[in-house]
Design a protein around this ligand. Sequence first.
Ligand SMILES: C[S@@+](CC[C@H](N)C(=O)[O-])C[C@H]1O[C@@H](n2cnc3c(N)ncnc32)[C@H](O)[C@@H]1O
Length: 410
Amino acid sequence: MTNDRHAQIFFFLAPFCFDCSLFYIICRISPSARRHGRTRSLPFDANTPLSYILLAPKDKDHYSPILDLERTLYTIIEHYLTPKQRSLFGTLPQDIVPAENEDTPATNHLRMLRRAVALCDGPLFIRTLDSINALLRMLKYPPLPSDAFAPPQPNALRAAVAGWSATGLPRSVALRIVEETYQRTVGPRTHELNHYQAFSDSVYGELMPSLVSRLLSLARARPGTLLLDLGSGVGNVVLQAALQSGCSAFGVELMEKPAEMACEQRAQMRMRAGMWGVRMGDVELEQANMLESSRVNELMARADVVLVNNKVFGEKLNEAIRPKFLDLKEGALVISLEPFVVGGGRAVTERNVDDISAILDVSAHDYHSMDVSWASGTGKFYVHRVDRAGYADVRARFEAARSTRSTRSR
Ligand SMILES: C[S@@+](CC[C@H](N)C(=O)[O-])C[C@H]1O[C@@H](n2cnc3c(N)ncnc32)[C@H](O)[C@@H]1O
Protein backbone atom coordinates (compact mmCIF):
# COMPACT_ATOMS: atom_id res chain seq x y z
CA MET A 1 0.00 0.00 0.00
CA THR A 2 1.48 3.31 -0.97
CA ASN A 3 0.54 6.76 0.23
CA ASP A 4 -0.07 7.72 -3.38
CA ARG A 5 -2.73 5.11 -3.68
CA HIS A 6 -4.28 6.32 -0.51
CA ALA A 7 -4.24 9.87 -1.72
CA GLN A 8 -5.77 8.81 -4.98
CA ILE A 9 -8.67 7.05 -3.38
CA PHE A 10 -9.01 9.65 -0.69
CA PHE A 11 -9.42 12.21 -3.42
CA PHE A 12 -11.85 9.86 -5.04
CA LEU A 13 -14.01 9.69 -1.94
CA ALA A 14 -13.22 12.91 -0.18
CA PRO A 15 -16.03 15.05 -1.64
CA PHE A 16 -18.57 12.74 0.00
CA CYS A 17 -17.03 12.42 3.43
CA PHE A 18 -19.02 15.16 5.12
CA ASP A 19 -19.93 14.69 8.68
CA CYS A 20 -23.52 13.75 7.95
CA SER A 21 -25.58 10.76 7.03
CA LEU A 22 -24.68 8.69 4.05
CA PHE A 23 -27.86 9.43 2.18
CA TYR A 24 -27.24 13.11 2.44
CA ILE A 25 -23.80 12.40 1.04
CA ILE A 26 -25.22 10.59 -1.94
CA CYS A 27 -27.32 13.62 -2.83
CA ARG A 28 -24.17 15.66 -2.96
CA ILE A 29 -22.15 13.43 -5.22
CA SER A 30 -20.08 15.60 -7.53
CA PRO A 31 -20.22 15.40 -11.34
CA SER A 32 -16.71 13.95 -11.52
CA ALA A 33 -17.61 11.35 -8.93
CA ARG A 34 -20.64 10.50 -10.99
CA ARG A 35 -18.28 9.81 -13.86
CA HIS A 36 -15.83 7.71 -11.88
CA GLY A 37 -17.67 6.80 -8.76
CA ARG A 38 -20.32 4.53 -10.20
CA THR A 39 -19.65 0.95 -10.89
CA ARG A 40 -21.84 -1.90 -11.88
CA SER A 41 -22.52 -5.46 -11.04
CA LEU A 42 -24.69 -7.66 -13.19
CA PRO A 43 -27.14 -9.61 -11.11
CA PHE A 44 -29.39 -12.24 -12.48
CA ASP A 45 -31.66 -11.21 -15.26
CA ALA A 46 -31.55 -7.49 -15.54
CA ASN A 47 -31.11 -5.81 -18.85
CA THR A 48 -30.18 -2.73 -16.92
CA PRO A 49 -27.25 -3.43 -14.60
CA LEU A 50 -27.43 -2.44 -10.97
CA SER A 51 -25.43 0.62 -10.04
CA TYR A 52 -23.57 1.18 -6.81
CA ILE A 53 -22.04 4.44 -5.75
CA LEU A 54 -18.45 3.86 -4.69
CA LEU A 55 -18.07 5.66 -1.46
CA ALA A 56 -17.18 4.75 2.05
CA PRO A 57 -19.60 5.60 4.84
CA LYS A 58 -18.26 7.79 7.55
CA ASP A 59 -19.86 5.73 10.28
CA LYS A 60 -19.35 1.96 10.23
CA ASP A 61 -23.05 1.46 11.05
CA HIS A 62 -24.16 3.35 7.96
CA TYR A 63 -25.04 1.70 4.70
CA SER A 64 -21.94 0.80 2.71
CA PRO A 65 -22.57 0.44 -1.03
CA ILE A 66 -19.24 -1.33 -1.52
CA LEU A 67 -20.08 -3.94 1.09
CA ASP A 68 -23.55 -4.26 -0.42
CA LEU A 69 -22.03 -4.86 -3.85
CA GLU A 70 -19.58 -7.45 -2.50
CA ARG A 71 -22.33 -9.34 -0.67
CA THR A 72 -24.56 -9.38 -3.74
CA LEU A 73 -21.68 -10.64 -5.84
CA TYR A 74 -20.80 -13.42 -3.36
CA THR A 75 -24.45 -14.48 -3.18
CA ILE A 76 -24.67 -14.72 -6.97
CA ILE A 77 -21.46 -16.70 -7.19
CA GLU A 78 -22.26 -19.03 -4.32
CA HIS A 79 -25.84 -19.82 -5.24
CA TYR A 80 -26.22 -19.36 -8.97
CA LEU A 81 -23.09 -21.06 -10.23
CA THR A 82 -21.75 -24.60 -10.34
CA PRO A 83 -18.39 -25.24 -8.63
CA LYS A 84 -16.73 -25.22 -12.05
CA GLN A 85 -18.25 -21.88 -13.02
CA ARG A 86 -17.46 -20.52 -9.56
CA SER A 87 -13.80 -21.36 -9.94
CA LEU A 88 -13.56 -18.82 -12.80
CA PHE A 89 -14.06 -16.04 -10.27
CA GLY A 90 -11.56 -17.01 -7.60
CA THR A 91 -12.04 -17.52 -3.90
CA LEU A 92 -14.97 -16.46 -1.74
CA PRO A 93 -14.11 -15.09 1.73
CA GLN A 94 -15.19 -18.37 3.36
CA ASP A 95 -12.97 -20.48 1.05
CA ILE A 96 -9.68 -21.66 2.44
CA VAL A 97 -7.17 -19.31 0.89
CA PRO A 98 -3.40 -19.20 0.91
CA ALA A 99 -1.66 -16.86 3.35
CA GLU A 100 -2.62 -13.23 2.80
CA ASN A 101 0.94 -12.19 2.05
CA GLU A 102 1.11 -14.49 -0.97
CA ASP A 103 0.70 -12.84 -4.35
CA THR A 104 -2.86 -12.93 -5.61
CA PRO A 105 -3.05 -14.30 -9.14
CA ALA A 106 -4.79 -11.86 -11.44
CA THR A 107 -7.36 -14.58 -12.18
CA ASN A 108 -8.48 -14.68 -8.56
CA HIS A 109 -10.85 -11.83 -9.25
CA LEU A 110 -12.73 -12.02 -5.97
CA ARG A 111 -9.57 -11.84 -3.92
CA MET A 112 -8.31 -9.02 -6.08
CA LEU A 113 -11.55 -7.15 -5.41
CA ARG A 114 -11.12 -7.57 -1.64
CA ARG A 115 -7.53 -6.36 -1.98
CA ALA A 116 -8.70 -3.27 -3.88
CA VAL A 117 -11.20 -2.52 -1.09
CA ALA A 118 -8.58 -3.05 1.62
CA LEU A 119 -6.11 -0.78 -0.19
CA CYS A 120 -8.81 1.76 -1.10
CA ASP A 121 -7.60 1.36 -4.68
CA GLY A 122 -10.49 2.64 -6.79
CA PRO A 123 -8.99 2.00 -10.26
CA LEU A 124 -8.05 -1.61 -9.33
CA PHE A 125 -11.58 -2.10 -7.97
CA ILE A 126 -13.16 -0.90 -11.22
CA ARG A 127 -10.79 -2.96 -13.40
CA THR A 128 -11.45 -6.10 -11.39
CA LEU A 129 -15.17 -5.58 -11.41
CA ASP A 130 -15.08 -5.14 -15.19
CA SER A 131 -13.44 -8.60 -15.47
CA ILE A 132 -16.05 -10.08 -13.13
CA ASN A 133 -18.87 -8.48 -15.11
CA ALA A 134 -17.42 -9.88 -18.34
CA LEU A 135 -17.46 -13.40 -16.83
CA LEU A 136 -21.02 -13.01 -15.57
CA ARG A 137 -22.10 -11.72 -18.96
CA MET A 138 -20.53 -14.72 -20.65
CA LEU A 139 -22.39 -17.12 -18.31
CA LYS A 140 -25.66 -15.34 -18.85
CA TYR A 141 -25.31 -15.00 -22.61
CA PRO A 142 -23.01 -17.84 -23.69
CA PRO A 143 -21.57 -17.52 -27.21
CA LEU A 144 -23.53 -19.31 -29.91
CA PRO A 145 -22.08 -22.75 -30.77
CA SER A 146 -20.04 -22.86 -33.99
CA ASP A 147 -22.13 -25.83 -35.13
CA ALA A 148 -25.37 -24.26 -36.35
CA PHE A 149 -27.31 -27.45 -35.48
CA ALA A 150 -25.98 -27.74 -31.93
CA PRO A 151 -28.42 -26.59 -29.22
CA PRO A 152 -27.54 -23.18 -27.74
CA GLN A 153 -26.08 -23.20 -24.25
CA PRO A 154 -28.54 -22.15 -21.55
CA ASN A 155 -28.23 -19.06 -19.37
CA ALA A 156 -26.26 -20.58 -16.45
CA LEU A 157 -27.95 -18.39 -13.84
CA ARG A 158 -31.43 -19.35 -15.01
CA ALA A 159 -30.47 -23.01 -14.85
CA ALA A 160 -29.60 -22.62 -11.16
CA VAL A 161 -33.02 -21.14 -10.35
CA ALA A 162 -34.77 -24.00 -12.13
CA GLY A 163 -32.98 -26.37 -9.71
CA TRP A 164 -34.61 -24.68 -6.70
CA SER A 165 -38.13 -25.78 -7.57
CA ALA A 166 -37.69 -28.76 -5.25
CA THR A 167 -35.52 -27.23 -2.55
CA GLY A 168 -37.02 -23.73 -2.36
CA LEU A 169 -35.29 -20.38 -2.54
CA PRO A 170 -31.96 -20.46 -0.66
CA ARG A 171 -32.23 -18.45 2.54
CA SER A 172 -29.18 -16.32 1.73
CA VAL A 173 -30.62 -15.28 -1.62
CA ALA A 174 -33.90 -14.28 0.04
CA LEU A 175 -32.09 -12.32 2.75
CA ARG A 176 -29.95 -10.55 0.16
CA ILE A 177 -33.01 -9.40 -1.78
CA VAL A 178 -34.67 -8.30 1.47
CA GLU A 179 -31.60 -6.30 2.44
CA GLU A 180 -31.17 -4.70 -1.00
CA THR A 181 -34.84 -3.73 -1.04
CA TYR A 182 -34.77 -2.24 2.44
CA GLN A 183 -31.53 -0.33 1.91
CA ARG A 184 -32.78 1.28 -1.26
CA THR A 185 -36.25 2.26 -0.04
CA VAL A 186 -36.58 2.50 3.74
CA GLY A 187 -32.88 3.02 4.54
CA PRO A 188 -32.69 6.61 3.31
CA ARG A 189 -35.92 7.49 5.14
CA THR A 190 -35.57 5.79 8.54
CA HIS A 191 -35.61 9.17 10.30
CA GLU A 192 -39.21 9.60 9.10
CA LEU A 193 -40.22 6.62 11.23
CA ASN A 194 -39.30 8.43 14.41
CA HIS A 195 -42.25 10.82 14.33
CA TYR A 196 -44.41 8.84 16.65
CA GLN A 197 -46.14 9.70 19.83
CA ALA A 198 -43.98 8.35 22.64
CA PHE A 199 -45.53 5.52 24.69
CA SER A 200 -48.30 5.09 22.12
CA ASP A 201 -49.29 1.91 20.20
CA SER A 202 -47.48 3.34 17.19
CA VAL A 203 -43.92 3.40 18.50
CA TYR A 204 -41.90 1.93 15.72
CA GLY A 205 -39.71 -1.20 15.89
CA GLU A 206 -39.03 -4.13 13.61
CA LEU A 207 -38.36 -7.83 13.68
CA MET A 208 -35.05 -8.40 11.91
CA PRO A 209 -34.84 -10.72 8.88
CA SER A 210 -33.08 -13.42 10.96
CA LEU A 211 -36.09 -13.68 13.29
CA VAL A 212 -38.65 -13.45 10.49
CA SER A 213 -36.83 -16.31 8.79
CA ARG A 214 -37.09 -18.41 11.95
CA LEU A 215 -40.77 -17.63 12.36
CA LEU A 216 -41.44 -18.70 8.79
CA SER A 217 -39.81 -22.09 9.39
CA LEU A 218 -41.62 -22.49 12.68
CA ALA A 219 -44.94 -21.75 10.97
CA ARG A 220 -43.97 -23.96 8.01
CA ALA A 221 -45.01 -21.14 5.68
CA ARG A 222 -45.19 -22.18 2.03
CA PRO A 223 -47.15 -21.29 -1.12
CA GLY A 224 -50.80 -21.57 -0.10
CA THR A 225 -50.17 -20.28 3.44
CA LEU A 226 -51.87 -17.00 4.35
CA LEU A 227 -49.98 -14.76 6.78
CA LEU A 228 -51.44 -11.61 8.33
CA ASP A 229 -49.37 -8.93 10.03
CA LEU A 230 -51.48 -6.72 12.29
CA GLY A 231 -49.44 -3.51 12.49
CA SER A 232 -47.21 -4.23 9.51
CA GLY A 233 -45.04 -1.09 9.62
CA VAL A 234 -42.91 -0.77 6.47
CA GLY A 235 -44.04 -4.21 5.30
CA ASN A 236 -40.77 -5.93 6.24
CA VAL A 237 -42.42 -9.10 7.57
CA VAL A 238 -45.08 -9.58 4.90
CA LEU A 239 -42.59 -8.95 2.09
CA GLN A 240 -39.93 -11.29 3.44
CA ALA A 241 -42.57 -13.94 4.06
CA ALA A 242 -43.91 -13.75 0.51
CA LEU A 243 -40.42 -13.81 -0.96
CA GLN A 244 -38.83 -16.47 1.19
CA SER A 245 -41.71 -18.92 1.49
CA GLY A 246 -43.90 -18.01 -1.49
CA CYS A 247 -46.89 -17.57 0.86
CA SER A 248 -49.58 -14.91 0.43
CA ALA A 249 -49.37 -12.12 2.94
CA PHE A 250 -51.55 -9.24 4.09
CA GLY A 251 -50.37 -6.31 6.19
CA VAL A 252 -52.43 -3.58 7.83
CA GLU A 253 -50.75 -0.44 9.13
CA LEU A 254 -52.28 2.59 10.82
CA MET A 255 -49.59 5.22 10.24
CA GLU A 256 -49.23 6.98 6.91
CA LYS A 257 -45.42 7.06 6.55
CA PRO A 258 -44.66 3.39 7.21
CA ALA A 259 -47.69 2.38 5.12
CA GLU A 260 -46.32 4.47 2.24
CA MET A 261 -42.86 2.92 2.60
CA ALA A 262 -44.40 -0.54 2.61
CA CYS A 263 -45.89 0.15 -0.82
CA GLU A 264 -42.51 1.40 -2.07
CA GLN A 265 -40.81 -1.68 -0.68
CA ARG A 266 -43.33 -3.94 -2.37
CA ALA A 267 -42.71 -2.34 -5.77
CA GLN A 268 -38.94 -2.47 -5.24
CA MET A 269 -38.96 -6.07 -4.09
CA ARG A 270 -41.12 -7.24 -6.98
CA MET A 271 -38.67 -5.60 -9.37
CA ARG A 272 -35.68 -7.16 -7.59
CA ALA A 273 -37.25 -10.60 -7.36
CA GLY A 274 -37.58 -10.40 -11.16
CA MET A 275 -33.91 -9.42 -11.50
CA TRP A 276 -32.85 -12.35 -9.35
CA GLY A 277 -35.16 -14.62 -11.34
CA VAL A 278 -37.30 -15.65 -8.37
CA ARG A 279 -41.04 -15.56 -7.74
CA MET A 280 -42.70 -14.18 -4.68
CA GLY A 281 -46.17 -14.69 -3.23
CA ASP A 282 -48.89 -12.02 -3.33
CA VAL A 283 -48.66 -9.17 -0.87
CA GLU A 284 -51.72 -7.07 -0.03
CA LEU A 285 -51.26 -3.90 2.02
CA GLU A 286 -53.86 -1.72 3.67
CA GLN A 287 -53.49 1.54 5.51
CA ALA A 288 -56.14 1.32 8.21
CA ASN A 289 -56.84 0.78 11.85
CA MET A 290 -56.74 -3.00 12.27
CA LEU A 291 -59.70 -2.78 14.66
CA GLU A 292 -61.88 -1.13 12.02
CA SER A 293 -60.72 -2.91 8.87
CA SER A 294 -63.34 -5.16 7.32
CA ARG A 295 -60.56 -6.80 5.29
CA VAL A 296 -58.86 -7.93 8.51
CA ASN A 297 -62.11 -9.51 9.70
CA GLU A 298 -62.63 -11.16 6.35
CA LEU A 299 -59.11 -12.63 6.17
CA MET A 300 -58.95 -13.74 9.80
CA ALA A 301 -61.01 -16.86 9.12
CA ARG A 302 -58.66 -17.90 6.31
CA ALA A 303 -55.35 -17.04 7.98
CA ASP A 304 -52.80 -19.70 8.87
CA VAL A 305 -50.46 -17.34 10.71
CA VAL A 306 -51.20 -14.00 12.37
CA LEU A 307 -48.22 -11.95 13.49
CA VAL A 308 -48.77 -9.19 16.05
CA ASN A 309 -45.65 -7.36 17.08
CA ASN A 310 -47.39 -6.01 20.15
CA LYS A 311 -44.26 -5.24 22.14
CA VAL A 312 -45.44 -1.68 22.75
CA PHE A 313 -49.19 -2.08 22.24
CA GLY A 314 -51.16 -0.87 25.25
CA GLU A 315 -53.42 -3.21 27.18
CA LYS A 316 -56.50 -1.61 25.58
CA LEU A 317 -55.33 -2.45 22.05
CA ASN A 318 -54.26 -6.00 22.99
CA GLU A 319 -57.67 -6.55 24.61
CA ALA A 320 -59.43 -5.25 21.52
CA ILE A 321 -57.42 -7.59 19.24
CA ARG A 322 -58.12 -10.76 21.24
CA PRO A 323 -61.75 -11.33 20.11
CA LYS A 324 -60.53 -11.40 16.51
CA PHE A 325 -58.83 -14.72 17.22
CA LEU A 326 -62.26 -16.32 17.70
CA ASP A 327 -62.57 -16.43 13.92
CA LEU A 328 -59.29 -18.25 13.37
CA LYS A 329 -59.40 -21.77 12.04
CA GLU A 330 -58.21 -24.81 13.94
CA GLY A 331 -54.40 -25.07 13.99
CA ALA A 332 -53.82 -21.42 13.03
CA LEU A 333 -50.92 -19.69 14.79
CA VAL A 334 -50.81 -16.29 16.47
CA ILE A 335 -47.23 -15.12 16.97
CA SER A 336 -46.69 -12.14 19.22
CA LEU A 337 -44.02 -10.40 21.27
CA GLU A 338 -46.25 -10.19 24.34
CA PRO A 339 -48.51 -13.14 25.16
CA PHE A 340 -52.25 -12.95 24.61
CA VAL A 341 -52.64 -15.69 27.18
CA VAL A 342 -51.07 -15.39 30.59
CA GLY A 343 -49.16 -18.44 31.83
CA GLY A 344 -47.61 -21.33 29.91
CA GLY A 345 -49.41 -24.04 27.94
CA ARG A 346 -53.18 -24.00 28.01
CA ALA A 347 -53.77 -21.67 30.91
CA VAL A 348 -57.43 -22.48 31.48
CA THR A 349 -58.90 -21.91 34.88
CA GLU A 350 -62.48 -21.93 36.03
CA ARG A 351 -62.38 -18.15 35.78
CA ASN A 352 -61.33 -17.93 32.14
CA VAL A 353 -62.92 -21.09 30.79
CA ASP A 354 -65.34 -18.96 28.80
CA ASP A 355 -62.64 -16.52 27.68
CA ILE A 356 -61.45 -16.77 24.06
CA SER A 357 -57.84 -17.14 25.18
CA ALA A 358 -58.82 -20.61 26.37
CA ILE A 359 -58.73 -21.87 22.77
CA LEU A 360 -55.09 -20.78 22.45
CA ASP A 361 -52.34 -23.15 23.43
CA VAL A 362 -49.32 -20.90 24.05
CA SER A 363 -45.59 -21.59 24.15
CA ALA A 364 -42.75 -19.15 24.85
CA HIS A 365 -39.63 -19.06 22.65
CA ASP A 366 -36.37 -17.17 22.93
CA TYR A 367 -35.19 -14.76 20.31
CA HIS A 368 -31.48 -14.10 19.95
CA SER A 369 -29.45 -10.92 20.22
CA MET A 370 -29.85 -8.62 17.18
CA ASP A 371 -33.16 -10.29 16.25
CA VAL A 372 -35.21 -7.15 16.89
CA SER A 373 -34.48 -3.53 16.02
CA TRP A 374 -35.32 -2.00 19.41
CA ALA A 375 -32.90 -3.98 21.58
CA SER A 376 -29.59 -5.74 21.11
CA GLY A 377 -30.19 -8.40 23.76
CA THR A 378 -32.26 -11.56 23.82
CA GLY A 379 -35.98 -11.77 24.59
CA LYS A 380 -39.11 -13.84 24.17
CA PHE A 381 -41.82 -14.29 21.61
CA TYR A 382 -45.00 -16.31 21.96
CA VAL A 383 -46.63 -18.81 19.67
CA HIS A 384 -50.33 -19.45 20.27
CA ARG A 385 -51.98 -22.34 18.46
CA VAL A 386 -55.73 -22.47 18.03
CA ASP A 387 -56.79 -25.74 19.60
CA ARG A 388 -60.55 -25.95 19.94
CA ALA A 389 -60.48 -29.74 20.21
CA GLY A 390 -58.25 -29.57 23.29
CA TYR A 391 -60.43 -26.76 24.61
CA ALA A 392 -63.56 -28.93 24.24
CA ASP A 393 -61.94 -31.59 26.48
CA VAL A 394 -60.93 -29.04 29.10
CA ARG A 395 -64.36 -27.45 29.03
CA ALA A 396 -66.05 -30.80 29.40
CA ARG A 397 -63.92 -31.47 32.50
CA PHE A 398 -64.92 -28.13 34.02
CA GLU A 399 -68.60 -28.77 33.26
CA ALA A 400 -68.33 -32.20 34.91
CA ALA A 401 -66.61 -30.69 37.96
CA ARG A 402 -69.28 -27.97 38.19
CA SER A 403 -72.17 -30.41 38.03
CA THR A 404 -70.53 -32.70 40.67
CA ARG A 405 -70.19 -29.69 42.98
CA SER A 406 -73.76 -28.58 42.47
CA THR A 407 -75.08 -32.16 43.08
CA ARG A 408 -73.08 -32.36 46.36
CA SER A 409 -74.31 -28.97 47.55
CA ARG A 410 -77.92 -30.01 47.12
C1 LIG B 1 -43.61 -2.42 16.21
S1 LIG B 1 -44.24 -2.06 14.62
C2 LIG B 1 -44.14 -3.64 13.86
C3 LIG B 1 -43.73 -3.67 12.40
C4 LIG B 1 -43.63 -5.09 11.85
N1 LIG B 1 -44.87 -5.79 12.02
C5 LIG B 1 -42.53 -5.88 12.54
O1 LIG B 1 -42.84 -6.63 13.47
O2 LIG B 1 -41.37 -5.79 12.14
C6 LIG B 1 -45.94 -1.99 15.08
C7 LIG B 1 -46.78 -1.23 14.11
O3 LIG B 1 -48.16 -1.33 14.49
C8 LIG B 1 -48.80 -0.16 14.05
N2 LIG B 1 -50.12 -0.02 14.73
C9 LIG B 1 -50.38 0.39 16.01
N3 LIG B 1 -51.70 0.40 16.23
C10 LIG B 1 -52.30 0.01 15.10
C11 LIG B 1 -53.67 -0.16 14.69
N4 LIG B 1 -54.67 0.07 15.53
N5 LIG B 1 -53.93 -0.58 13.43
C12 LIG B 1 -52.90 -0.81 12.55
N6 LIG B 1 -51.61 -0.66 12.88
C13 LIG B 1 -51.30 -0.26 14.12
C14 LIG B 1 -47.82 0.92 14.42
O4 LIG B 1 -48.06 2.12 13.70
C15 LIG B 1 -46.48 0.26 14.07
O5 LIG B 1 -46.05 0.60 12.78
